[in-house]
Write a protein that binds this ligand. Sequence first.
Ligand code: FES
Ligand SMILES: [Fe+2]
Length: 441
Amino acid sequence: MLSREDNERLCRVGPGTPMGNLFRRFWLPALLSSEIPIPDSAPKRLRILGEDLVAFRDSGGRVGIVDAYCPHKQAQLFWGRNEECGLRCAYHGWKFAIDGSCVDIPNLADGENLKRKMAITAYPAREAGQVIWIYMGPKDKQPELPAFEWTELPDDQVNVSRWLQCSNWAQGMEGEIDSSHIAFLHAAKREDLKLPRPFSAYMPDIADGPPEFTLNETDYGFVYGTRRRMKSPDEYFWRVTQWLIPMYSLIANQDYPRAGRAWVPVDDEHVTTFSYMFNGDRPFTDDELTSLGRGMYFPPRLSQGAHKLPDGYVIDTFLPTAHGGNDYLIDRDLQRDANFTGIFGTNEQDRAIQESQRAIPGVPHGRIVDRSRERLIPTDVPVITARKILLDLAKALEDGIEPPQAARGDLYRVRAVAAVTGHAELDPFLSDFVDRKDRRI
Ligand code: FES
Ligand SMILES: [Fe+2]
């Protein structure tokens, strides 16, 4: 459990909050490069860490992420014209470049002097791994991009998607490192090929019984392993995955691409989930891409659209087909006969739970979990550890100590593994599976 106060410190990320300040020390995924695909394409509305923003690609192909509102009369720049290296407000024509500078005030005869005073907030943006990244922290503290493997591979070996989840970022992130739910929430009958295969179907020779957990803290966060006994003696099936500061996961799959997720807060009650799937050594096959589009795992079934947030601001995002408004399309016959939940896809199952957990007083259910009521057990150690690391880093930052991970993009060059081995301990197992000299694990 967490005290009410620590729960608030963990979850709230608006400007000036301790966790918001910590997130603002890192590059964060903001949107997919394909959402603003070509120069002068339509701008996109975003909210990140509680700040309303608009992203656009200018005539030179450069990306700008700027304040959503025009300084003149607070009109939304989303309605503007993206033309000739800037975004021109649709109301009276003021124009802004990707660095936020005001480059034209056409409704004033002598607008030259005024332009200099009308710059708007603009955050640095970069592109890597088919994602546009944003840095929202102090100018003199700009960090390194995390050197994830998937950000450095050719495009045809990587598949990135994103979608809206209606919960605080932390409960999504915590589901990611909650290994013991997989055998329950995501269980399905092995022979039903229309459903996501349960974890055990990948390894039919696993002996039954709960797995053993091992966790080692590292300089990027922690690495943790689940060890299951195989039916043959002295063999173990290990899944070894990472949690990386402030909210990344890496997942190993045996016969499926490598994967992971990033949880980027929209505000305190919404999060954008970024899912990255990648093959280290070959392009995706057509079958794999077709499979990804079916919504069985990550991403869920999606459509591109606009979502009105409770205060009326609209964001452009990807919206899950199964959501709280339709009970995630639960099918009780399916639940009786074929899978644990009656809900189709892996992420759809996760979201059904995470978007409905009991909330702190005053907040709609599902939005910020009331962690003061939890009764955690030893299998929750990864979640407990992640919370502690983040709260400690946020406290240190309040005391003037910068998070060292922000300046070390190389720390993120790690791989998750899933394999059968004779090693009963995590450390020697890991040393066997470092498969590139420059990759840490
Ligand atoms: S409100 Fe944008 S130019 Fe007037
Ligand atoms: Fe899950």
